[in-house]
Design a protein around this ligand. Structure first.
Ligand code: EPU
Length: 352
């Protein structure tokens, strides 16, 4: 696919392999996108051009509640290359359709250090800026240089820098829609084609996160290499997060909520064990997993949708769950956390 090859339009395509929750649903129409010319061909197509569109990456952050009627644009833009190797940083460019973890592994194997804390996050490169993926003290925005995207109305390709992406905690311009958020946002309006990452030189390890500190103590390694950190992160994630290839899931289902220091004191007075972290802006972040766990949800289910028994923040598909069951379970969790703590949990995945 890509330049000069004919557009392939598929009908009634099973989406179960294309969403990490493993929910059974179909795309009425699906077009594989290898590059900008494929998007332009869809826009110019007499039938498809006028229909609603839905951009599908690795399907790691969606809950499908039925068949998708909009034309599914499956992002398959490939490529991994070094575009600049300067004295202060190496810039790598990755196609949006590349698997994120395989790209991180490739980088580590090339000695391109800086992405190791983000190992084993499910999904594709194109999805990484959308929710500003983060783990173990590093967020995508800390390694971001720029991206190329295509306007799904005009077919024009444009480039955005970090400021234009408006990154926040699990948030970016790509999660906001102009209709909902007063003129701000590119949700449904653009498709990410390529992402460029900046890996600063000299490399500095990020080891502040408790789980990594524990690994350092256990192994006696005080100055780990990037490869070592990569292995540790894979081991930590493997121990408490379900592998989507085995148990369907979409990672953390809710964001960690932030509260004012006063609200936090109030909650601590009632619940001394609550896990909380001070943020640079003075607010307090609470561990949503702890809140859900405290409400007794670990291991519980609604139909075939369940709460993972090793990490209450992760909802799982125990086999044949529907999107409706996942949504019902998520709402029940939100209600009980609200009733006990007065805190509203906000979901991370998008319900489709
Ligand atoms: N906790 C419990 N019970 C639980 C789950 C967690 O008491 O069932 C407690 C833990 O003991 C710990 C605290 O809650 O003290 C935080 O848990 P954890 O270290 O597992 O991290 P998290 O806050 O639940 C976040 C990210 C993850 C990321 C990890 C590591 C969010 C929503 N989640 O999880 O990201 O991998 O930190 O950095 O920010 C994702 O977004 O999909 C994701 C997996």
């Amino acid at each position: 696919m890509g330049d000069n090859s004919p557009m392939i339009v598929e009908q009634n395509v099973p989406l179960q392999p294309h969403n990490t929750f493993g929910i059974v649903a179909k795309a009425r129409t699906l077009v594989r996108i290898g590059g900008e010319s494929d998007v332009q061909a869809v826009l110019a197509h007499p039938g498809l051009g006028a229909e609603a569109r839905f951009v599908l990456g690795g399907g790691s952050n969606i809950v499908l509640t039925g068949d998708v009627k909009a034309v599914v644009l499956k992002v398959e833009v490939a490529g991994r290359r070094i575009v600049e190797d300067g004295p202060r940083a190496t810039i790598v460019e990755l196609g949006a359709g590349e698997n994120w973890h395989e790209a991180v592994t490739w980088a580590v194997e090339q000695g391109l250090d800086g992405l190791e804390n983000l190992a084993l996050i499910p999904g594709t490169v194109g999805a990484s800026p959308v929710q500003n993926i983060g783990a173990y003290g590093v967020e995508l925005q800390d390694r971001f240089e720029s991206l190329d995207a295509i306007d799904l109305v005009t077919g024009k390709v444009f480039t955005l820098d970090a400021a234009q992406c408006a990154f926040g905690y699990r948030d970016s311009v790509f999660k906001h829609s102009p209709a909902r958020d007063s003129d701000f946002g590119l949700a449904g309006r653009a498709m990410i084609l390529r992402v460029r990452l900046r890996l600063p030189k000299p490399w500095k390890p990020v080891l502040g996160y408790v789980d990594l500190q524990r690994k350092m103590t256990e192994t006696g390694i005080a100055e780990p290499t990037a490869r070592q950190i990569y292995d540790w992160v894979c081991a930590i994630r493997g121990a408490k997060l379900p592998d989507p290839r085995v148990i369907g899931n979409a990672g953390s289902f809710f964001k960690n909520p932030t509260v004012t220091p006063e609200q936090c004191q109030d909650i601590i007075a009632r619940e001394p064990g609550i896990v909380h972290y001070p943020m640079p802006d003075g607010t307090m972040k609470l561990a949503a997993g702890w809140l859900i766990d405290a409400c007794g949800w670990k291991g519980k289910s609604v139909g075939q949708a369940g709460v993972y028994d090793k990490q209450a923040l992760v909802l799982v598909n125990r086999g044949g769950a529907t999107g409706g069951e996942v949504v019902t379970l998520a709402r029940a969790i939100q209600t009980s956390v609200y009733e006990r703590f007065g805190i509203r949990l906000e979901p991370e995945p998008v319900v489709v």
